[in-house]
Structures are given as structure tokens and as C-alpha cells.
Design a protein around this ligand. Structure first.
Ligand code: SF4
Ligand code: SF4
Length: 461
């Protein structure tokens, strides 16, 4: 970008900052249900459809083909790193541990880790019998929406993953850009028809889509499922997004709560894969007042285990993805799902109340996926949002209504300057909008940066 444009954008940005000061943060044929296995009943009388060793990993039955999928799925988008690269030895160890403990669903995509996730996943899984795991990968959006580009992406995935078929293949992140973009990416170019042909040939075993954004796209695809035969759909679902997704998107309207998406999927006979069960990690670190309310019921349980149990208690869920970077997190999650102890009615009510209370907080719905990075002006986008959200989640946010506002503000600013290099500050944002189309959460990133600049007092000017 030339300097003139940069200055113009900077002026626009400062203008926007002034405008936003007063408006801070508002923030295929499906088998019968009876294909489910027996229910396990927990000590409180609640039940959820499960199958498998009662002492081991809870499994769910794919109603389309009867295969058993672990209710905990491995998200390969945040793999361990060493010296700036994926730590393949650690990935291998974690994959070995996961498989040995019943996790059999591994979810990757061409865009994860700049294209390296599929390679690392393929290396780790190729050391095991092909029938011992299910691979999920996706048709991501890399800007070229021709049929040939789509075919190449699919064949590249097969090569990188070292397989000759994909178990679960998704249209990646449909919804952003509305029906026009869906038509451009998948319909008008014949790509979805071609993917259906691959499914009919067995090169794709299950076809589905992952959804963010405009609910008309979600509705259109499920309303046309007689033609396309999707057997699963991946949605963002957690106890906050169940009824508060439409309120919690930082100024962008997310058309539908998870409750709607889940109910519509279930009615269409399509099972759900869940992403963001911890809302980008935020439900693992909720404010102390909510932790105490949970500990009063289950003293030993972590907030993360509550969130996973809540998701897993829903019978239409096929698997719940978790990006488990460290062995410690993997081990804890395996414990939570081995077997899953479904939430009781009163526990569901407690989480719903906590969701109501928490949704009043003006958090920025960043999941730290890093699709927006790098910012051409050096802003650490997810880092800034994580810092901002942490202050809220820990009850330290400098809310002007708080009695100790000035102390909180000073702490916020001092901590900010210690956490980030000046080149990473929100104030470096030039409002170029390069990040906007990359964010699956549809966060209006420059607007949210202006909220942080407002708090930090223009530091970096
Ligand atoms: S709009 Fe986004 S990409 Fe552009 S400078 Fe700001 S944060 Fe960086
Ligand atoms: S701002 Fe959006 S794209 Fe960037 S890390 Fe957060 S959720 Fe991902």
C-alpha cells in the first residue's frame, strides 16, 4: 500500500475511533435413529446415546453407515511447535496417545498451519492401520474458485494425507459472503456436483460442510439435502453460543444461535460435528465467580470439562473437536470423554444461567485461529483480542462504571505495554481491512482495534 493511502486510512481510522467512543462494545440417506446404540445412564438419571466400553472413550454411531466415531475429535489446527515449525515428534506422540485411548477422528484443512497441518497429520496417521482412524479435511477458500482449482486442492489433500480416500470431507466455512459466495465457490462452477461424484465413487465417504455467518446459506444447503446428501454439518456450539451467539459477535449480526442450527440439523437427519466447544478457549478460563458456582456442584471438575460434557450430552453430536496442543490437555480431555458423564437437568440449568450472566460481558469473539495473520502492519490481532478478553474474564476490565476504574485502567495499560512490542499494538492498525474477509467469526477487526486504542490512550502514536 502506498503511503498516501496509508495516511488516508489512518485518518479514517482516527475518525472511526472518535465515532466509536460512545458505542463501546455491544458487544444420503440417513439410517434410523434406532441405529444408535444403548444409552448409558449417569448417576443422576440422565442419559445420552453412547456406545463402546463403559470405562473407555464414548463413541457415537454415524447413522449413515454405522461406523463408530469417538465423541472427542482431534482438531489439528493448533499443533505443537518447536523452533517456529510443527514439532512432528510431538504430533506423532500425541496422535499415538489419542489412538491408544480411543480417539479416532482427526480434523484438518489445507489452510491450517499454512498448509503444513495436512502433511503433519498424514505423517502421524500413516504409521497406523488406515482403518483405525477417520480423516476429516476440507475444501478451503484460497481465492481461486474454478473447478480445476477445487479438484487440485482435493487431490493435494489426498497426497499430503497419504491416503486414497477421505472419510469426512467438508465445504470449508460456508456462510461468510452469503449465498452469492456459496454460488461462486461451489455451485456455479460445478464443484459441489463434482464432490458428490467423488462421494458416489467412494473417494469421499461422508460429505458435509462447516458453517459460519449467514444462516441463509446453512438453511439453503440443508433445504437442498435431497440433492446433495450431506451426512454431517460442523457448527460452532457451546453453552454460550447456544442462545447468545447472535448477541456476542462484536457488532456483526450472527444470524443464528447454536440452538437453531442444532435443531435444524437434527430435523434434517444430519448429525453435527462441533467446533469451538470452549469458545476459543474462553470457557476453560471463566471468571472466578462462575468457577465457584461450578465447583459447588463438582469440586474436582475443571471449567473445560463442564463445557465438553455439556456439548457431549446432546445426542445429535457425532464428535466434538478440540485443538489439543499439549499432552496435558489431551490427557485431560480423554479423561472427560472416557466415558462421558452427561450433564443432569440441574447442571444444564446452571450452565444456562452462567451463559446468561456471561453474555453481558463485551468480549471479542476471537477463537485465536490466526487466519487473519499476518497483518501487513504488524498488529498482533489475536494477541490483542486475547489480552482484552482476559481482562474481562478475570474481572479486571476498566469499565467506566467500576469504582476503581482508574486503577484498573492503569493496570490494563501497563500490562499491555509489557505484553506487546510497540510494533504489535492495536494503534498500528491502518484500517486496511485486509484481515476482514479472512475472519470466520466475522469480527470487524479494525473497529475492535479502535476499542483497544481507546483504552490504551493512543499509545504508539
Ligand atoms: S485492518 Fe486488519 S490487516 Fe489492516 S492494519 Fe488493521 S489489523 Fe492489520
Ligand atoms: S480475529 Fe478472526 S481470523 Fe483473527 S484469530 Fe481471531 S477469530 Fe481468527
Amino acid at each position: 500500500m502506498d503511503r498516501g493511502n496509508q495516511n488516508l486510512n489512518r485518518r479514517q481510522f482516527l475518525k472511526r475511533l472518535g465515532m466509536t467512543t460512545a458505542s463501546a462494545a455491544a458487544l444420503t440417506s440417513i439410517g434410523p435413529i434406532s441405529a444408535f446404540a444403548d444409552s448409558l445412564t449417569n448417576k443422576n438419571g440422565n442419559s445420552a446415546p453412547v456406545e463402546g466400553n463403559p470405562e473407555g472413550m464414548t463413541l457415537r454411531v454415524n447413522r449413515h453407515n454405522g461406523e463408530k466415531v469417538s465423541l472427542l475429535g482431534y482438531g489439528m489446527m493448533r499443533l505443537p511447535q518447536k523452533d517456529g515449525k510443527i514439532d512432528q515428534d510431538m504430533v506423532n506422540k500425541e496422535v499415538d496417545y489419542a489412538l491408544a485411548h480411543g480417539v479416532n477422528y482427526f480434523d484438518t484443512a489445507p489452510v491450517y498451519h499454512g498448509g503444513q497441518s495436512e502433511i503433519a497429520t498424514g505423517i502421524a496417521l500413516h504409521r497406523h492401520p488406515r482403518k483405525s482412524y477417520f480423516i476429516a479435511t476440507k475444501m478451503s477458500d484460497r481465492g481461486n474458485h474454478t473447478l480445476e482449482a477445487g479438484k487440485k486442492m482435493f487431490h493435494d489433500s489426498l497426497a499430503k494425507l497419504q491416503v486414497d480416500y477421505i472419510d469426512y470431507y467438508l465445504l470449508h466455512s460456508v456462510g461468510g459472503g452469503g449465498l452469492d459466495k456459496l454460488n461462486d465457490r461451489f455451485i456455479n462452477n460445478g464443484l459441489l456436483d463434482w464432490l458428490c461424484e467423488q462421494r458416489d465413487k467412494g473417494v469421499i465417504r461422508n460429505l458435509g460442510f462447516s458453517y459460519h455467518g449467514d444462516v441463509r446459506v446453512f438453511d439453503w444447503l440443508l433445504d437442498h439435502n435431497d440433492k446433495y446428501g450431506f451426512t454431517f454439518v460442523q457448527i460452532e456450539m457451546n453453552y454460550i453460543d447456544w442462545r447468545h451467539a447472535s448477541l456476542n459477535k462484536g457488532g456483526w449480526k450472527q444470524d443464528a444461535d447454536a440452538e437453531y442450527l442444532y435443531a435444524k440439523s437434527e430435523k434434517a437427519g444430519v448429525q453435527n460435528v462441533v467446533m469451538e466447544p470452549l469458545l476459543g478457549g474462553r470457557l476453560a478460563k471463566i471468571p472466578e465467580e462462575y468457577v465457584n458456582r461450578l465447583k459447588a456442584v463438582r469440586p474436582e471438575a475443571t471449567p473445560a470439562s463442564w463445557a465438553f460434557r455439556w456439548v457431549g450430552s446432546h445426542p445429535n453430536i457425532l464428535t466434538t473437536l478440540s485443538g489439543m496442543t499439549t499432552m496435558e490437555v489431551l490427557e485431560e480431555n480423554v479423561r472427560t470423554f472416557s466415558p462421558l458423564d452427561p450433564c443432569t437437568t440441574s447442571e444444564n440449568e446452571l450452565l444456562a444461567k452462567i451463559a446468561d450472566d456471561m453474555s453481558g460481558l463485551p468480549v471479542i469473539p476471537c477463537t485465536a485461529c490466526r487466519y487473519c495473520m499476518p497483518c501487513p502492519y504488524g498488529v498482533d490481532i489475536p494477541g490483542n483480542f486475547a489480552y482484552y478478553n482476559k481482562a474481562i474474564n478475570e474481572g479486571k476490565f476498566p469499565d467506566k462504571k467500576s469504582l476503581d476504574y482508574k486503577v484498573r485502567l492503569t493496570d490494563f495499560v501497563n500490562g499491555y505495554k509489557k505484553t506487546f512490542k510497540e510494533s504489535e499494538w492495536a494503534s498500528q492498525c491502518m484500517d486496511c481491512e485486509a484481515c476482514l474477509p479472512k475472519c470466520p467469526q466475522q469480527i470487524r477487526i479494525p473497529n475492535q482495534m479502535s476499542r483497544i486504542v481507546e483504552l490504551v490512550g493512543g499509545a504508539g502514536e
